[in-house]
Design a protein. Structure first.
Length: 94
């Protein structure tokens, strides 16, 4: 049985972060699920674990939510910081 290796995950996503962000940062095909979640979440604070390039962190912040995006990949966080820098009056934090 193979187990998830978090260090290998980090190394991989650090390597592919720019390409991943280019391909997926404007992909909102999952927004229907995010919309459902936002309608049912109580409160204003959301943790976006595995935020990647941050498109959904910024999207959720646009609905007056305070979003904290975290990711294992430092390169993804760098990209996310750029992507969310103007997000809904600084409601998205990384």
């Amino acid at each position: 049985m193979r187990y998830f290796n978090i260090e290998n995950n980090k190394i991989t996503y650090d390597k592919i972060a720019p390409m991943y962000a280019e391909q997926y940062s404007n992909d909102f095909s999952d927004s229907v699920y995010i919309d459902y979640f936002l309608k049912n979440v109580k409160g204003k604070e959301i943790l976006d674990a595995g935020c990647g390039p941050g498109q959904f962190s910024a999207y959720m912040a646009s609905f007056d939510k305070h979003v904290l995006g975290v990711d294992n990949s430092e390169k993804m966080i760098e990209i996310c910081l750029l992507y969310t820098s103007d997000a809904a009056d600084d409601k998205a934090r990384v």
